[in-house]
Design a protein around this ligand. Structure first.
Ligand SMILES: [Zn+2]
Ligand SMILES: [Zn+2]
Length: 209
């Protein structure tokens, strides 16, 4: 899974790592740590890694026969909105990354497409597409402030967990109101029933039949 393009990695990008110091010998390792300002596009409508917040990357580059394996962890701050109650969400995310960047002249290079396996170009790897994909995959499709968030009251739109346990809206329920009107018209006695704007109250106890 990768969104690698054919463009050569831009050495000015903080997501680009040089593999020059890595000896081209299987087993050779280089450790890297970098704080990267988050570019746009790291998120969805509901939840994002805020632009310019820090993506903390700790990783290792390991030389293998076919190329360089990039493994590590990205830590990010996420900001969003609960999909049920619209409360603000501020959280942290840690995502594992593992990606092979194939050497230009390797068997992998000759037998796969660049959109299947990432490529090492000009002795550099661009980790942005891989990190972006991993972060987007790790973000929830419906973010919740907590797993059992009860959401909003259908009657008044208030957060249910902020309302008293016996909170309800008899009048807002149209079906209930219709039933009540029917009962009222049959008995002609609305005493004790919920009064609605269209109901004319008759004197209590009076029967009309
Ligand atoms: Zn919620
Ligand atoms: Zn309500």
């Amino acid at each position: 899974m990768t969104a690698m393009t054919n463009a050569a990695p831009d050495p000015r990008s903080p997501f680009v790592f040089s593999t020059l110091e890595l000896e081209r010998r299987a087993g050779s390792v280089r450790r890297v740590q970098r704080d990267i300002p988050t570019p746009t596009g790291f998120g969805t409508d509901m939840i994002v890694v805020p632009v310019d917040s820090t993506l903390r990357l700790e990783a290792r580059l390991e030389s293998v026969v076919e190329g360089v394996v990039f493994t590590g962890v990205v830590q990010a701050r996420v900001h969003g909105e609960c999909g049920r109650c619209l409360r603000e969400i501020n959280d942290e995310l840690a995502v594992d990354i593992c990606e092979l960047y194939a050497f230009p002249d390797s068997t992998t290079d000759q037998t796969t497409d660049a959109d299947e396996v990432s490529r090492l170009r000009d002795e550099r790897i661009d980790t942005e597409p891989v990190i972006r994909d991993a972060v987007l995959l790790a973000l929830p499709t419906t973010p919740l402030c907590r797993q059992d968030c009860p959401g909003l009251c259908a009657g008044c739109g208030e957060q249910v967990d902020q309302l008293p346990a016996d909170h309800c809206h008899e009048e807002s329920d149209i079906r209930w109101a219709a039933l009540q009107e029917l009962l009222d018209s049959r008995t002609g006695d609305t005493a004790g029933g919920a009064a609605t704007g269209s109901t004319v109250l008759s004197p209590s106890g009076e029967q009309e039949n």
